[in-house]
Design a protein around this ligand. Structure first.
Ligand code: GLP
Length: 241
């Protein structure tokens, strides 16, 4: 695992560099997309490169990490819509090339299985962008998640719902209680993991991720087993290393 400590702007440039290198080498690169605030500067940087340097996503494929269950098609916090707003529309990414688990499916387990099949069909994820929850979750793999888990339905912890209430009028009751999420095993199949974390509130999770024992109680620690994992953190998030 490589750990880079730098200001947030520099971290975003490093992540964007890794993505641009892949896209220039193979325009049909498969990228794993994360929601949350952590990747936003990376998406800004990619949008800038699309505008100014013609970086193209025309032939790339995107797979989102997770999705809330039950948010309506047009809900602004539906992750499919968040990804559309934050990155896809800004880099003219064809809509049919960006995929997410279907949180509105009648048969949610079948939707999860179909999602796994779609990722496999695309040849797997070349580079997966990740954030980390304050409780050490990646995607929505909450503490206690099997380290070998695949895409499935999960119940969100009270902590995660409180953390995400800021996107729902600060009202925790509006935050869905369930989600579909790629499993830890699914995420570990990606060929390069790039995790971003900034701010002191992430310091404990980053400490566990980098220095803690591998444990389902800190799900991100599974990344210690990955052959190519990059952890990009600012001073505050690195303050307990
Ligand atoms: C959510 C997302 C995760 C994300 C985490 C951290 O729970 N499902 O993918 O990593 O929040 O969010 P943030 O980057 O806003 O701190």
């Amino acid at each position: 695992m490589e750990v880079v400590i730098a200001p947030a702007e520099e971290l975003a440039v490093l992540a964007a560099d890794a993505i641009e290198t892949l896209l220039r080498r193979d325009p049909a690169t498969v990228l794993g997309l994360a929601t949350g605030s952590s990747p936003l500067k990376v998406y800004d940087e990619l949008a800038r490169r699309h505008e100014q340097d013609g970086l193209s996503f025309d032939r790339a494929t995107g797979f989102m990490l997770d999705e809330y269950v039950g948010l309506t098609e047009d809900h602004p916090q539906r992750y499919r819509n968040v990804i559309e707003t934050e990155i896809a529309s800004r880099v003219a990414w064809p809509a049919d090339r960006v995929h997410g688990p279907d949180g509105l499916a009648d048969d949610l387990p079948a939707a999860c299985a179909a999602y796994e099949a779609a990722i496999a069909q695309a040849g797997g994820v070349d580079l997966q962008i990740l954030g980390i929850g304050t409780d050490g979750h990646i995607a929505f793999n909450e503490p206690g998640s099997s380290l070998a888990s695949r895409t499935r339905i999960k119940t969100l912890t009270r902590q995660t719902r409180l953390d995400n209430a800021r996107f729902f009028d600060d009202d925790v009751d509006q935050v869905p209680s369930h989600c579909l999420t790629q499993g830890l095993g699914t995420i570990m199949d990606a060929r390069h993991l790039v995790l971003l974390a900034t701010g002191r509130h992430k310091a404990e999770a980053v400490h566990q991720l980098v220095e803690g024992p591998i444990s389902a109680m800190w799900p991100a620690t599974v990344m210690q087993m990955h052959p190519h994992a990059t952890v990009l953190v600012d001073d505050a998030a690195a303050s307990r290393l």
